[in-house]
Design a protein around this ligand. Structure first.
Ligand SMILES: [Zn+2]
Length: 148
């Protein structure tokens, strides 16, 4: 019996700064990063040096909340097979002070408007595909919330 055959199917994040708890999807995944002990700058994912002040840490791991607002966006009309177009790609300012690039759902991609800037969004996770070992690959996405 090979190692692969006895390994249970897992859910793996598509990006290193998305963390999926042991009991995912019962418990939702979250974005994480570090905070610079010197200047307080926050970054998604692991860091060996601060891009703001050059400090080399030690950096403390931080769990970020999944809420923020749209900073800039673009409507993507061309995509790979299996993905629906058009869709909305955005840079999102999280309430925690970090920015993340992700797709936003809940907006009519055929009617983009200036009122989309600053729209409140909330993160959710979704399986985007299955890897060769049969594990789910999970991505962080955002959807608009009703709060303005
Ligand atoms: Zn710093």
């Amino acid at each position: 019996m090979t190692q692969e055959a006895s390994t249970p199917k897992k859910s793996n994040p598509i990006v290193p700064f998305l963390k999926l708890p042991e009991n995912y999807p019962d418990q939702e995944g979250y974005l994480w990063g570090v905070k610079c002990p010197q200047c307080g700058a926050k970054f998604l994912g692991a860091r060996t040096a601060c891009a703001n002040c050059g400090s080399t840490g030690p950096f403390e791991e931080q769990k970020f909340g999944g809420e923020g607002e749209i900073y800039v966006f673009s409507v993507v009309h061309q995509t790979v097979p299996g993905l629906e177009a058009p869709y909305v790609a955005a840079i999102i300012d999280l309430d925690d002070g970090v920015t993340v690039r992700a797709n936003v759902y809940g907006l009519d991609a055929t009617k983009p408007g200036p009122d989309w800037f600053g729209k409140k969004v909330k993160m959710f996770t979704e399986k985007v595909r299955v890897d060769r070992e049969g594990n789910d690959i999970v991505a962080a996405k955002f959807r608009v919330t009703n709060g303005k």
